[in-house]
Design a protein around this ligand. Structure first.
Ligand SMILES: [Zn+2]
Length: 133
């Protein structure tokens, strides 16, 4: 598992729909998990599906916050992106949730002066060009 910031148009649109103020930053903070390690335990009937580009985005029906997103392409469904803002740690955010990179940075509306790698689109293992900005 790792987390990253995503500045893509989908994430910015979804952020604007959400009633969760943490989502409204103009980018998403996504935790990437292996799909095989992901299970919905409860609340499945309170999710709604939105198709954007090549992704299925599952939102909370009540507050429209993104819960998770997955590719529509079966060849790219090994990983799943979960909205890191919706994890409830009841304490400090663990180090494992510190973002490792920015993706779709070319689409950003907010600049970051951190030392994280900034990918124009996405790394090759996430089916992008791997090009850094
Ligand atoms: Zn995104």
């Amino acid at each position: 598992m790792f987390t990253q910031y995503c500045h893509c148009n989908k994430c910015r649109e979804i952020a604007s729909m959400s009633e969760n103020s943490q989502d409204k930053a103009g980018y998403s903070h996504t935790a990437a998990y292996l799909t095989n390690n992901f299970n919905i335990v409860t609340g499945e009937n309170n999710l709604e599906s939105l198709i954007r580009g090549s992704a299925r985005l599952m939102l909370c029906s009540t507050c429209k916050s993104l819960v998770y997103g997955i590719s529509l392409d079966p060849a790219k469904q090994g990983g799943i992106g979960i909205n890191a803002n919706n994890f409830d740690f009841h304490q400090d955010i663990p180090d494992s949730f510190k973002p490792v990179r920015h993706i779709w940075y070319a689409n950003r509306i907010v600049d970051f002066n951190d030392n994280l790698p900034k990918f124009k689109d996405a790394p090759k293992e996430q089916f992008g060009s791997g090009e850094l900005l």
